[in-house]
Design a protein. Structure first.
Lengths: 304, 258, 368
């Protein structure tokens, strides 16, 4: 029982960030039918922007990170994230000669590569300190793992964002946005400003990504180039697919479930001394495969 | 023995019964027409017969052999050829290349021999090309053999598609709206060509069409579908004067298609 | 009735124009083409000897990347399947060869066959999955597959030596850098020949047909499933062989060599080169293999902007920009830009009439 609780706690701690990234992925997909491989970098780059604000733009060595400027840095990061999302859409996605789902995946993968490279160039491939909003945690009697306040923060943000988005898609502007994704030509004929709505969607995804970056870096207490993509992106995609790529609630549920599944896989690996290397990647791959083969629409999604 | 036969074919999509117990038969050297308003299930029927859909009930037979469990490419191997509503061609190839690929099933050398360039495969390639040019000649398209599919007008593409299907050496040719986008003169010429094909090549033809007078003037036998069920069947004169068919097409009170 | 039935059965609505007689270059044109081809061939053969010794391994790597691009082209360009996990097949081949050479003590040729086999198997697994998924979901699965290959498969110590890596010695006959470079160039040439025969025969045609429209291919009697799997098998074999060649460049391979960044590089190389065109993708592979060195040397030696600010850490950014520029402005990649030259070199007209064929054309053996 204690192990189960431990696995649950670790799983949710990881899954919460996964869900946050996955929520952004689901938002972009729902609004534009594009799989945004750059979502991870749309998270990491604003995190670096926040870092710069907190170190007073000092990069060399191991600069002092002033927690006093955390809230200012947060605002900067969020604005930066929104702008980044809008820019990616404007400069890359809109210009593609053939916007097929696969082409956009490859194009956003190139965007990921581009930003990662710049991050390494400017910030070197090393770990940098990054603060949390709330430190410390509490213990559940009998369990060895500390439940961190940071995780609670993430879960609250997650719940709020998902609820907001789910509600938004029920409102007239939200429905209009859905129309631009599912029937762009018809939506345009109805007078829906397709291009502007898409920009808004990307901007919102950028905001979500920035928040995910800040909280993700906070979780590890450090930041490095490509952090969000290498640690979280494929699991986030898997979680979003599991939940149903067009469902906001699904993205949250999927991410959390995947987090717990991976934690369970690790636990099984150690408890039974299976010694399987890369258990998290294997578990993620198997979940993705099972979902796509047996239930492509995911748990809460409405289309295959 | 009928060349092609369908018995009690039914299929349901979600809440819609797209086909209900449709019976159908094509005899040797027959031209059979399938008529019916939009949404009657004609193309769905084609898809069931050619193997792209699996009917809920019913069996399909070719020359008496039950092919219901066979894949589309297996039915093609047995002599079934079909065209598609949106022109069915390989878009990135030229006209000639399409006709060569279409002969895939009658190509004798195996894949491995082709990959290493065995002399037998090289010889056969020449034969394939020559035969492709023959078919193009037959259709009056030889001058376009090097044109990529991409730039050609719709009417020409439909003819290329017919040429490609002919190159597959079918016994039964299923044409899905072959006259779409053609004017009355072209349509008439095409139907005359179908009759010549039937005679010259010894094939049977099934055509879905909306152009009622042309079908009634060309076919030996006609089936009329409406809302997924067989509304009427018979030779063209019977269908022309069939009140139910006239109503289905032209509304209440119509008594004849003439 | 306007049409007539001619004696031999041909129908005409109106007299059809005579098909163009096939184009034959003038004797001078022939001579010019042959001269240029010979010069190019001589140049390629001379490169391993011409470059400074420290760069010979880069030449070898370029040949290997060209081979990988060729293999990925079979999936991406011919079969229309996006594989963003190609480093899995590449790595499986590399470790397969390493295992055969060190643990099984097999001769180098046998190790190469082992690499081809393991590469094919790794590809068939993915191919079987591809049959059931839509293209974009399949692309996601390939990424995940690549991660599993790197983290799980390549870390199984007994098979691959784990993090310490697997040694992969060169064949004794081609032991020096220069000789090994020639070996790899030779393998690439053979592969291109094979690729040419593939597209000129029914197997390659069937694979390309099902890229454009599976239903049409099936209606022409093509076994869609079978040929999709065939595409994966051939691609996997080629990638596996490339992996084996790669392993013996540095003569040791570790799991870290085969990550997602490499898979992405391969895809970028193929797309920038021009998916569907073998000469294009090979050039793409070569370009991306030498790009890091090019940038590094330019940064060190050219003291003007932009070379001064573009250090080697920015090389991936350059790759990414090349891809995005290709997708936006030059959809057919390098091959599309070179189409007139390539056409001329294959003994056809220099400028083909613009007929609107799509950029990523597979075509058959008649064109390069």
């Amino acid at each position: 029982m204690r192990t189960v609780l431990q696995v649950l706690i670790i799983g949710i701690q990881n899954g919460a960030i996964l869900s946050l990234v996955g929520l952004g992925l689901a938002l972009v997909y729902k609004a534009t039918r594009i799989l945004n491989f750059a979502q991870g970098e749309m998270a990491t780059v604003p995190a670096f922007a926040a870092y710069l604000v907190m170190t007073g733009f000092v990069v060399a060595g191991d600069p002092v990170v002033s927690k006093g400027r955390l809230w200012l840095a947060t605002i900067v990061a969020i604005v930066f994230g929104a702008l980044l999302g809008i820019l990616v859409n404007m400069l890359v996605i809109r210009r593609l000669t053939a916007v097929s789902p696969v082409t956009s995946l490859v194009a956003t993968a190139a965007v990921f590569l581009f930003f990662t490279s710049i991050e390494v160039n400017r910030f070197e491939a090393k770990l940098r300190r990054f603060p949390r909003y709330v430190e410390g945690g509490f213990r559940i009697p009998g369990v060895n793992i500390t439940v961190e306040w940071h995780t609670i923060v993430v879960l609250v943000v997650l719940g709020g964002a998902a609820a907001l988005l789910a509600l938004f898609f029920q409102t007239p502007p939200g429905v209009a946005l859905l129309a631009t994704a599912q029937e762009p030509f018809a939506a345009e004929l109805q007078g829906v400003p397709v291009a502007r709505m898409r920009s808004m969607a990307w901007g919102a995804a950028g905001v979500l990504a920035a928040i995910a970056g800040l909280l993700g870096a906070g979780k590890f207490n450090n930041l490095q180039p490509a952090l969000v993509t290498t640690t979280f992106l494929i699991p986030a995609f898997t979680g979003a697919v599991l939940g149903g790529l067009t469902s906001m609630v699904g993205a949250v549920a999927g991410g959390l479930i995947l987090g717990v599944t991976v934690a369970a896989a690790n636990q099984i690996n150690t408890s039974f001394s299976l010694g399987i290397p890369g258990a998290p990647q294997l578990a993620t791959f198997l979940v993705l495969l099972l979902v796509l083969v047996f239930r492509p629409s995911g748990l809460f999604g409405q289309e295959a | 023995m009928p060349v092609l036969e369908a018995l009690e074919v039914s299929i349901r999509f979600g809440g819609v019964q797209a086909l209900s117990a449709v019976d159908f038969r094509v005899d040797e050297l027959e031209i059979v027409g399938i008529l019916g308003p939009n949404g009657a299930g004609k193309t769905t029927f084609f898809n069931c017969v050619s193997g792209f859909y699996r009917p809920d009930t019913g069996r399909i037979f070719m020359h008496g052999q039950d092919v219901t469990d066979l894949r589309p490419d297996q039915r093609a191997q047995l002599g079934l050829g079909r065209t598609f509503q949106q022109v069915g061609l390989v878009r990135s190839f030229t006209v000639l290349e399409n006709l060569v690929v279409a002969q895939h099933k009658s190509t004798r050398y195996n894949v491995l021999a082709g990959m290493v360039g065995a002399p037998a495969s090289l010889r056969e390639e020449k034969v394939l090309r020559a035969r492709a040019m023959e078919v193009l000649d037959f259709m009056g398209l030889a001058h376009l053999h090097d044109s990529p599919i991409g730039g050609l007008p719709y009417g020409t593409l439909k003819m290329v598609e017919t040429a490609a299907v002919l190159a597959t050496n079918p016994e039964v040719l299923m044409l899905d709206e072959p006259l779409a986008g053609t004017g009355p003169e072209e349509g008439l010429a095409y139907c005359q060509r179908l009759k010549d094909m039937r005679r010259e090549l010894g094939i049977s033809i099934v055509m879905i069409e909306h152009h009622v007078p042309l079908v009634l003037g060309t076919a030996d036998y006609v089936y009329v579908l409406n809302f997924g069920a067989l509304l009427a069947q018979g030779d063209p004169d019977e269908i022309r004067d069939n009140e139910a068919v006239a109503e289905a097409y032209m509304g209440e009170g119509a008594t004849s298609l003439a | 009735m306007a049409d007539t039935v001619l004696a031999d059965g041909a129908l005409e609505l109106e007299p059809a124009p005579e098909p163009d007689a096939p184009f034959r270059p003038t004797p001078r044109g022939m001579a010019a083409r042959i001269a240029v081809l010979a010069a190019l061939l001589a140049l390629i053969l001379a490169v391993p000897q011409l470059v400074p010794a420290v760069y010979v391994n880069i030449v070898t790597k370029a040949a290997v990347y060209g081979l990988v691009a060729l293999s990925l082209n079979i999936l991406l360009g011919y079969a229309g399947q996006v594989s963003l996990g190609h480093s899995a097949f590449f790595g499986v081949g590399a470790f397969g060869a390493g295992y055969a050479l060190t643990k099984m003590q097999l001769p180098w040729g046998a190790a190469l066959l082992m690499a081809a086999l393991t590469g094919a198997v790794a590809a068939v697994v993915l191919g079987a999955i591809a049959l059931r998924l839509r293209a974009v979901y399949f692309a996601l699965v390939t990424i995940s597959y690549g991660f599993v290959a790197q983290e799980t498969l390549f870390n199984i110590r007994s098979l691959t030596g784990g993090g310490a890596g697997q040694p992969a010695p060169r064949p004794s006959l081609f032991h020096t850098d220069v000789r090994y470079a020639y070996l790899c160039i030779g393998v690439l040439a053979v592969a291109m020949l094979f690729d040419w025969r593939l597209t000129a025969s029914r197997g390659g045609r069937a694979i390309q047909a099902l890229r454009d429209d599976e239903r049409v291919a099936a209606s022409w009697g093509i076994d869609v499933t079978g040929y999709k799997i065939l595409a994966f098998v051939i691609s996997g074999m080629m990638a596996g062989i490339a992996g084996a060649l790669f392993a013996s460049i540095e003569q040791v391979v570790t799991p870290a060599d085969f990550g997602f960044a490499l898979s992405l590089t391969f895809v970028l190389a193929t797309v920038v080169g021009g998916a569907g065109n073998r000469w294009g993708v090979v050039q793409g592979g070569v370009l991306f293999a030498v790009l890091p060195t090019l940038i590094d040397r330019a940064h060190a030696n050219f003291h003007i902007w932009p070379f001064t600010s573009i250090s080697i850490t920015l090389e991936p950014a350059v790759e990414a920009l090349l891809l995005i520029l290709t997708l936006i402005f030059f959809p057919g990649g390098i091959a599309q830009q070179q189409r007139n030259l390539l056409s001329w070199l294959s003994f056809k007209r220099f400028r083909q009439p613009e007929t609107g064929g799509g950029p990523a054309r597979g075509g058959m053996g008649a064109r390069p």
